[in-house]
Design a protein around this ligand. Sequence first.
Ligand SMILES: Cc1cc2nc3c(=O)[nH]c(=O)nc-3n(C[C@H](O)[C@H](O)[C@H](O)COP(=O)(O)O)c2cc1C
Length: 336
Amino acid sequence: MNLATTYMGLALRNPLVASASPLSRTVDGVHRLADAGVGAVVLYSLFEEELAAEAERQSWIADAGSESFAESLSYFPSAAGEEPGPRRYLSLLERASAAVDIPVIASLNGVSPGGWTGYARAMQEAGAVAIELNIYYPPSDPRVPGRQVEQRHVDVLERVKSAVTVPVAVKLNPYFSSTGEMALRLDEAGADALVLFNRFAHLDIDPETLTVAPGLGLSRSAEARLPRTWIALLHRRLRASLAASTGVEGPEDVAKYLLAGADVVMTTSSLLRHGPAHAMVLLDGLHAWMQRRGFADLGELRGKLAVPYGVDEATHERAGYVAAMQTANSTMYGPW
Ligand SMILES: Cc1cc2nc3c(=O)[nH]c(=O)nc-3n(C[C@H](O)[C@H](O)[C@H](O)COP(=O)(O)O)c2cc1C
C-alpha cells in the first residue's frame, strides 16, 4: 500500500505531519518524531518577541540586506553571552534538517508585517525546506476592521514570499467573517499551503483564586469538525495544498480529514498526550483502514467526501444545516 504524497511540492513518505509544538525543540525530539514514522515535522515557532529582543541588541541587523543573515548573526555574540532565541532556532533547524531524512519545516510567528523577511531568509539558509507562517493576530482591539485584519495576513505572506524561494504555508485561525474568501485571497497571493487551523490561547478564569490565565490545552476529536468542514469546502478550489490541523486523536480522525480533502494531516495534541510513538498508532491504523476499505493509495480516497466541485456551496451548506437541525430537533430530547 502506498501512503506517499506531496505537500506544497515536497515529497512525503506519508501524509502525517507533526505540527509545531515543544516536541520539536531539540534534535532528539525531531529524531523521535521521524523514527515514529511521520512524513514531515514542523518545528516550534520562532516568536516575534524573540526577534524583537535580538533586534534591540543588534539594531543594525535590519539593514543586513542580501548578506547571509545566518552568517551575520554568528559574528555577534549576544549581550548576555548566551545563545539568543533566533540563533538557537537557526542552529536547531540546521542540525535537525541534517539529522533526519524527512522534510523539516520552519515556523515563524509574528504580529507585525515588518521584520519577517530577514528571518524567513535566514530559515531558508539554515536548511528549511519550507516555512510556515503562524500569523497569530487576534484582533483584540474592537475598533480594528475585519478587512484590515485580512490585509495584514496577505501583506505578511507577500513580504515573505518575495524574500524566499522555498514554499510558504500560512497557518490560519478560523475566525474570519468569510474564511473561504480569506483562503482564496491567500491562495492568489501565492500561499503554497494553508494550515487549517491554529488554536488561540483563550483566557480562563479561576473563580477561587480570582485570577485570569491564558490557557492552550490539548484538543479533542470533536474539534476537528470545523477544520474538516472548511477543508471539504475548499478542496479542489485552491492551488495551495491543504493541511488539516486540530483534533486528531485516532486513525479515524486522519482518515476523515483525508476523505474531506486534506493533502496532509497534522497533529500535536495526540503526540503530546500519548508520546511521539503515537504517530505509529495513527499510521498503522490508517493503513489497516485503507486495507479494509480497499484503498490502494491516497489518491483513491482523498476528497472522496469533499463538497463536490461545481455545486453551489451556499445551497449545499444550507441543506446540510437544515438536515442536521431537523434530525437534532426530532431526536435530541431525553427521557427526563
Ligand atoms: C503546547 C503547545 C505548543 C504549541 N506551539 C506552537 C508553536 O510554537 N507554533 C505553532 O504554530 N503552533 C503551536 N501549537 C499549535 C499546534 O501546532 C496545533 O496547531 C494545535 O495544537 C492544533 O492541533 P492539535 O489539535 O493536533 O493539537 C502548539 C500547541 C500546543 C498544545
